[in-house]
Design a protein around this ligand. Structure first.
Ligand SMILES: Nc1ncnc2c1ncn2[C@@H]1O[C@H](COP(=O)(O)OP(=O)(O)OP(=O)(O)O)[C@@H](O)[C@H]1O
Ligand SMILES: [Mg+2]
Length: 481
């Protein structure tokens, strides 16, 4: 299968050089291996080799720094970077400097061989090295070195050189928004705005005008023309958070915009060109929502161009020490005292199930930093704080979230999703309608649509109930079940 192509390997670890030489040799490739970056550079300058596999940390030079230089003198030569220093930044730099692929160590030999085949087979469209100029010890936005996170870093890093639509899924608190921001902050559109809109936090009848804007007089309360998020995000990234909660009409409209690349405002006629990179996120299982008829399948496929699934924290317990450290550092930079964790405390953290994922860990670290007097946090402190915060379902003692608490949570999310305060009119009525609708549905369901009984249960006059049913456009169903 081989036409005897030569692979240049640079790694200061003799064992790796041996393993690679043997494996590549068995597949019929010629291999030249060195422990030094300068020897590799000489070979490249001399025009040798069809592919480079290089380590990052070598005694004389950093392999990552070599990548743009190689790309300059031999743009067609593919470079595969491998590193044990497997942070998000390594993956990111490898991608942005024009490496063909990045492999965190320890790598799987089969995977490496597959990468080599791809690198040698793929058409040679020279990718420009996109050096961001950033360097050194930037603050890492994403923390964790588990294999699952490595995979995420590689995907995110590669995506920063594209405008592809991304769908991030994962349980609550797994870092979906953080990944969306990283895609923007390190991507091609980093000079433009990052605009987020949370579908779950906006009253459903306002979503379309929030997304696409509205003309003056388009609906009651639209006193002026309103700019939508699509327009605000022009040149940048539009983050559609909780996309699984998007109402059906808005889904239809969004699908059309994605298909046609342009949109019109609510009440407007002139099409406006959409110039956004879309990143969507949800904690829901969208395939199930599709089966339930709650999410459009065609929209799903439009958005799911590149799926990223963030693993729950319990699937990557090995990341807990680094994450805990990271959150304690963050707590410190927000003015809380510096704390350490004892080894037992870390073990205790690893034993927890983390239903709230990274956010739960972050909150716990903040609480411990704020409340715990000793500098070193021990296992007992962790245990008692974890019990303290036990979710109601498990603890039972605290009782479930009350309606008031739930409403407050939703309202806060709604308020914080508004960029410039609360531009909404009729807020009082709108919010009450959100509560009235499910209440009336529930009571009408319980009374099988009997409005006399329902009115009695609600303590409402029958005419008032009838009026509300009309206003809220509730279906009138009689004799259910
Ligand atoms: N890998 C990570 N490294 C560092 N911090 C993280 C990581 N993952 C999550 N966090 C932090 O945990 C918190 C929750 O993350 P984020 O808000 O991105 O989660 P989410 O998946 O969007 O959650 P939700 O579904 O509830 O909206 C944030 O403060 C974020 O900075
Ligand atoms: Mg989120």
């Amino acid at each position: 299968m081989s036409d005897s192509r030569t692979i240049l390997v640079a790694d200061d670890d003799r064992a790796i050089r041996t393993v690679l030489s043997q494996a590549l040799g068995r597949s019929g490739y010629q291999v030249r291996a060195t422990s030094s970056a300068s020897t590799l550079w000489r070979w490249v300058e001399d025009g040798e080799g069809d592919l480079v596999i290089t380590d990052v940390v070598m005694p004389d030079e950093n392999g990552l720094d070599l990548v743009p230089r190689i790309k300059r003198v031999r743009p067609e030569l593919r470079v595969v970077v491998m590193s044990a220093q497997s942070t998000f930044m390594t993956a990111l730099k490898a991608a942005q400097r024009g490496a063909f692929e990045y492999l965190p160590k320890p790598f799987d030999l089969k995977e490496l061989m597959a990468v080599v085949e791809r690198a040698l087979a793929a058409p040679q469209a020279p990718q420009p090295a996109e050096d961001t100029g950033e360097d050194g010890n930037e603050r890492l936005p994403l923390v964790g070195r588990s294999p699952a996170m490595q995979e995420i870093y590689r995907t995110v890093a590669r995506l920063t050189t594209t405008d592809l639509t991304v769908m991030i899924t994962g349980e609550s608190g797994t870092g979906k928004e953080l990944v969306a921001r990283a895609l923007h902050d390190y991507g091609r559109r980093r000079g433009g705005p990052f605009v987020a809109i949370n579908m779950a936090a906006i009253p459903r009848e306002l979503i379309e005008s929030e997304l696409f804007g509205h003309e003056r007089g388009a609906f009651t309360g639209a006193l002026n023309r309103g700019i939508g998020r699509f327009e605000q995000a022009a040149g940048g990234t539009l983050f559609l958070d909780e996309i699984g909660d998007m109402p059906p009409e808005a889904q239809t409209r969004l699908l059309r915009v994605l298909q046609e690349g342009e949109f019109t405002t609510v009440g407007g006629r002139n099409p406006i060109k959409a110039n956004v990179r879309i990143v969507a996120a949800t904690h829901r299982d969208l395939r199930q929502s599709i089966r339930q008829g709650l999410f459009r399948e065609d929209l799903f496929y439009r958005l799911n161009v590149v799926p990223i699934r963030l693993p729950p924290l319990r699937e990557r317990l090995e990341d807990i020490p680094l994450l805990a450290r990271h959150f304690l550092d963050r707590a410190k930079s927000s003015g809380l005292p510096m704390k350490q964790l004892s080894l037992e405390a870390v073990e205790r953290l690893k034993g927890h199930a983390w239903p709230g994922n990274a956010r739960e860990l972050e909150n716990l670290m903040r609480r411990l930093a704020a409340l715990y007097p000793q500098e070193t946090i021990d296992a007992d402190a962790v245990t008692s704080e974890l019990q303290e915060a036990e979710p109601p379902a498990e603890a039972g003692a605290r009782g479930p979230e009350t309606l008031e608490q739930a409403v407050e949570r939703h309202l806060k999310a709604f308020v914080s999703a508004q960029k410039d305060g609360l531009p909404v009119r009729d807020l009082y009525d709108r919010v009450l309608a959100e509560v009235e609708r499910p209440l009336l549905r529930l009571v009408l369901g319980a009374t099988r649509g009997n409005q006399i009984k329902a009115a009695a249960m609600l303590g409402l006059n029958r005419n008032t109930l009838r009026k509300k049913i009309r206003e809220l456009e509730l279906p009138v169903v009689r004799g259910l079940g």
